[in-house]
Design a binder for this molecule. Sequence first.
Ligand SMILES: [Zn+2]
Length: 453
Amino acid sequence: VDEITGYIDDHTERGLTLLERLCRQPSISAQGVGLGEMAELVSDALTEYGVQAQILPAEKGPPLVYGEIAGESPHTLLLYSHYDVQPVEPLEEWTSPPFEPTRRDGKLYARGVSDNKGDLAVRLEAIAALRAVRGALPISVKFLVEGEEESGSPNFTPAVQKYADLLSADFCLTEGGHPSPDGRPGLGLGVKGLLYVELSATGAQIDTHSANAAVVPSPSWRLVEALASLRDGDGRVLLDGFYEAVRPLTTEEEEALRAMPDDSQELRESLGLDAFLDDLEGYAWRERLLTAPTCNICGLDAGYQGPGLKTVLPASAKAKMDFRLVPDQTPEEVLGAMRAHLDRAGYEDVEIEPIAAHERPVRTSLDDPWVRTAAEALEAYYGQAPTFTINSAGTWSMYTIVDALTESVFSTPGGPGYSGSRVHAPDEHIRMDDFGEAVKVTAFLLNHFGQQS
Ligand SMILES: [Zn+2]
């Protein structure tokens, strides 16, 4: 392992140069910019590092990039990452142009340098180090690099299903994380699911003078009354069966939650809040954040909202809503329960239209053998036991991999970023010293995975 560390130290510049090359190519999925070119570039990079690469066209959306390289163990690890990036606006807030990678004060600045092109460069360098020093990879590795993650991966599920035979693996690492500021490593085991809908109420066929409010039905009132019927005064969601599908935490999962640091105050202060709901903090805050399903109103729209007044009775009202779901809720069941609830409550006329793909929640088992192996390796590497995030509060289409490829899906440290990397924001960057560290932990993990029989 010391020899591997030495090799990595000697080759950091090669990895950073690769990363700069990847970051020079714009690849903004939200704007459809540069995705085909980026897929080619990723495929070329894989090939240069001895990985057999293929561009896999999708029915819709940008292609997947696939790669494979054989190793000594009978097992195969799938490495997921994405080659698209977030839009770069506002441009004037960048110190150097987003697609001109720039080194300043030990940092490397560019859009995508941390999220998520850095992962690919780190993983390729880890593979190069292991092959150079050991003569072979300890475990077979497959790469799955998608091009629409930053736009919610709308075409990811059918594409992965189409190529499931090629992509199949024993377990999958998602985007790499990084240790907490105090150096503690973490494993991420899942995500919440998502149901996104638009509700609409309509009345007269045209907007009318509000003098007619005495006799004309109001879609705005109709909609807010329907919305109000979805929750009780304590915020509990009143859809039939909504909480029945919620899988209780195991003792081990509860312990994992208790072992996490309390960073509730950091978020509270960053939001300028005096208190969270119900004065939550510590374990109770963490438990609520990660295990409570939500029913949120994202936007409300009806009638006149400009300056001054306009006495109008609008013809329609709309609301956008998201439900963050936890295992084992499904978007389909919640959508069905919502329709049934509104019908029963007398709101048959309020329409529900799902927007975007339904996303199921995932919580990989703490007992999963690959999770255990990763935890052992991280404890050995960092000298302290990792924390386990049983699932994040956010959503990602992890269920696609669980359904089509393998149930053992999780994240480990191995991304080159840190908490200050400004991902999605102007001046995205990594600390260049972190790059080599990320390569080292990735190589250490691959070695450890290879020893697992
Ligand atoms: Zn991102």
